[in-house]
Design a protein around this ligand. Sequence first.
Ligand SMILES: [Cu+2]
Length: 581
Amino acid sequence: MACKARTAGARLAWIFGSSLVVLITCLLCPGAGAQVSQVSVCPRPPAGSVVAEPEDLRSREGVLEADLTAFNVAAPDGTIRYCYTDASGRESPNLRVSPGDLVILRLRNSLVEPKTRGAMETMHHHADTSKEACTTGVMSDVSINLHFHGLTIPPICHQDDVLKTAVQPGDPPFEYRFRIPTDEPPGLYWYHPHIHGFSKAQVLGGASGALIVEGIERAKPSVAGLPERVFIIRDQDLVNPNAPPSKSEPIVPKFLIDRDGDAANNGTGFGKPAKDLSINYVPVPYPDYPPAIIKMRPNERQLWRVLNASAITYLNLQVLFGRSAQPLRLVAMDGVPIDHNDPRVDTENVQTHFGLPPGARVEFIVTGPAVNQSALLVTRTVDTGPGGENDTNRMLARIVESPEASEPRSTLAAASDPLPPPRLPWIGNVQPVRVRRLYFSEKLTNPDDPTSAVEFYLTVDGQEPKMFDMSSGVPGIVAQQGTVEDWIIENRSRELHAFHIHQLHFLLLEYEGRQLHEDFLRDTVNVPYFDGHSLAYPSVRLRMDFRDPNTVGTFPYHCHILEHEDKGMMGSIRVDPAPKN
Ligand SMILES: [Cu+2]
C-alpha cells in the first residue's frame, strides 16, 4: 500500500513552484468586477460570484432528448464567447445519463462572424441538408459539431464522428443519436466542439459542458449518499492583458512570449498567465485573481467532479485550509472509478493535489472547512517547459462554510447494487499484440527565423512528420478490433503535450520510465517535455484497448492543448473489425 501511495503521488504530480502565501494573504482582492455583463448571448456571472451549478438535463425512462443551440458573441471585455444552450436557454447544461440510455440531441448552429452579432448579423445561407453535414467536412469558425469526450461510442456520423461532421449556420437541426454503452464506467465525461483548426477558439470561448454517467456509488460505495457538485474550469483570453502583476506577488518575472504568442512559462509560478481561468463561468481574472465563492456546510463531505475544460491551461488543484493542503480522496479519473481492475475492493487513495492536463477530469471527496476556518480551492503552477505557457499559481474559489448553505442540487443514491465486474479481463493482464512508438515534435516553418510560425506534429515513428491533413483520409495507424496494443508516446519538444484519443480509454503503464500500477483508466495524459540534453526523450507507455466493437472505424488522436491540435498535432487511426471465424 505504501508503494501504491507513492506511485499515486508521483503519477498525479508535476513539479511546482514555491508558495501560495501571497495568494492567501490576498483573500479579498479588489477588482471583483461588480458590473454585470449586459450581454444576452452566452451571459457570464461577474468575478467574485457564488459558483452556481450547471443545470441538469436528466434522462427519463431511458432517453435523454434535448435541443442544443450553439451561440457566440464578441463580449465587451474583449473576449469572444461561445456556448451551447438548451431549449430553455440554459447555458452548457449537465447531460445526465445512465448506462444503456439513448441520447438524442438536436444541434442547431446559430454562430455568426463573432464581431457582427448585435450589429449586422451575417446570414449564412446554406441549402445543406443534414446528410451533407456528415460528409462535406467544411470547418470554419462558424461551423460547429459535438464530441463526446471519453465515451466509447462509435466514431460515425450522428454519433461521435469529428473528422467529417460539421454543422453550418442555417443548416436544419442536426441529430445526434447514440446509446450509452451498458458497461460505460460511471463518472464525469464532457462534450465540446471539435472543429479542426478552430477548436481552440470555440473551447476557449466556453463551448463545453459536462456529461455524467450516473451510478458512481455502485462502483465506489464510499460516495453513496454524498452531495455532489460539478465544477467546470475553463480558460479564456486575459481580460486585463496589459495589467502589471499584482503587487502582492513576491517577484515580477520578465514577460516572455512563447511560440504560440501566449505568455511563456517563466519558471517562477508568478507573473502574467497565458490565459484567465473561470469556474462554472465565474471568471477569476489576472492580475488579482478575485476568487469565486463556493458555499458548504461546515465539515460536510461532498463528491467534487472537476473537469479541466481549458483549451490550453494545465491545472494542479489543491484545497487549502489556511496554508495546509487537505487530503482529498480520489474516486475517479477521466470518468473511470479507481479499483476498476477489481471492483470488489474500495481503495483509500488519498492525494493532496491533482494534476489535470486540458481535457482531463478528476472526482474526489472533499470535507468542508470547520466553522470559521478559511479555505481555498487553488491551482498551483505547472512547469510546462521552456516552450510552454505560463500556468501560474492562483486562487479559483474561496470555500465559505455556512450552516445555512443550501445543499447541492444533486445527491448520490444512498446505496444500490454494486456494479457487475467488467465483462472483459483487466487490460493490465492482456498481452499486447504489438508496440508502436509515436512522438510529439514542433518545427519552425523557417528554421533561421525564431519568430516564424510553428508547425506541430504527432508522428508515428518511421513516418514523415506532417501537420494533420483533414482531407487525406489515409490513417496513420491501422489496428484491429479485439486486440490491445502498447503505445509509447515520446515528447521531443520543449513543452508539455497532452495525449488524447477518441473512442477509448487506456491504461497508463509507465511515466518517464517509471512503472506505475494504476487501477483505473484514462483518456488524456500529460507527456513530460524534453530538457534538450538527456540521451532519451521523455515518454509515457500506454496500453490501448481496441476490444470494444464500438471502437471500429476511423477516429483521431491528438494533443489536447487545442492550439497544438489546430496547428496539426493530430493523427488518425482506423480500427478494422475483427475477422469473422
Ligand atoms: Cu500539445
